[in-house]
Design a protein around this ligand. Structure first.
Ligand SMILES: C[S@@+](CC[C@H](N)C(=O)[O-])C[C@H]1O[C@@H](n2cnc3c(N)ncnc32)[C@H](O)[C@@H]1O
Length: 277
């Protein structure tokens, strides 16, 4: 069931060392790292940490909650919500290299008591029914064609009354999208659904939608601002470009173009699992 193209797309050899070197170059003390030191590099989604903070507030996170981060990447959002809200977080990701880096960074900032990462597939979550208070997912479903299965799985592992928190890229009104983009170099690895498709998918899986925010315009303003900064001062040592390597420039340009031309949209969604007992 492992999707080698997706794993290959994200895997970068010795990524942990590459990240530590970038942190050092940016003047951070790698032996005394704080969660905020990592923020420019470990939030692999549009609008980075800001978007994570907004989703966390909307989802109503609190201490003692057990959160599952599906497609946890190198773990920035998981570490942030554990550190800020005192949640226990389990991250699961298809890319083994990302899970190893995520765990290494958690250890370095002293959060390995609250956060753990394991390799696994969102289409077959390796957890019993009703395990988590919150299922959290940002920019991971964009790589997965079988949406019905992933939302069914998320519903299954949530406790009754639990919360699903989603921040995702959706299909816009114009297609196709320009490639490469940060999540895929070719159309076969990109699976976007529109707002009109996602809403019934979630409802059919059993979720009750509590809030739905279209954040496309804020995302475009953010991209315009980031592009301007890069044009003026070049790339800083720390940034998502460290994860994406040589194709970063083309990916970032396409991402902005896709937004400007209405080919992609951004949404923050919070839904509940409420079953009659
Ligand atoms: C763009 S990154 C987002 C990472 C993280 N959620 C964040 O926002 O920082 C997408 C992640 O989804 C993961 N992913 C893709 N398909 C997956 C699947 N079927 N199951 C679990 N993770 C998957 C990738 O390995 C990658 O780490």
């Amino acid at each position: 069931m492992l999707d080698n193209n997706i794993v290959q797309h994200y895997t970068r050899q010795d990524l942990g060392d590459v990240i530590l070197a970038a942190l050092g170059k940016a003047g951070k003390d790698v032996n005394n790292l704080k969660p905020e030191d990592l923020a420019p590099i470990d939030e692999f989604h549009v609008r980075g940490r800001k978007a994570t903070i907004e989703l966390a507030c909307e989802a109503g996170l609190g201490p003692d909650m057990h959160v599952l981060d599906v497609g946890s990447g190198i773990g920035g959002p998981s570490r942030y919500i554990a550190h800020e809200f005192g949640c226990r977080v389990t991250g699961i990701d298809l890319t083994d290299e990302y899970c190893k880096v995520a765990q290494m960074l958690a250890l370095r900032i002293g959060l390995s008591n609250l956060v753990t990462f394991q390799q696994g597939d969102a289409r077959a979550l390796p957890f019993p029914d009703s395990t988590f208070d919150v299922v959290w997912t940002q920019h991971a479903a964009i790589n997965i064609s079988d949406k019905a299965t992933i939302y069914r799985e998320m519903f299954r592992v949530l406790k009754n009354g639990g919360t699903l928190a989603i921040y995702d890229i959706l299909a816009g009104s114009v297609s196709p999208i320009h490639f490469p983009v940060p999540w895929a170099c070719r159309p076969e690895d990109s699976h976007l659904v529109s707002t009109e498709e996602l809403r019934p998918l979630l409802e059919k899986s059993g979720f009750i939608i509590k809030s739905w925010k279209d954040t496309t315009d804020i995302a475009l303003a953010w991209f315009t601002n980031v592009s301007k900064k890069i044009q003026q001062s070049g790339l800083t040592p720390l940034g998502i470009h460290v994860l994406l390597g040589a194709d970063f420039k083309a990916m970032a340009q396409n991402q902005r173009k896709n937004l400007e031309e209405g080919r992609i949209a951004l949404a923050q969604i919070v839904a509940k699992k409420c079953c009659a007992s």
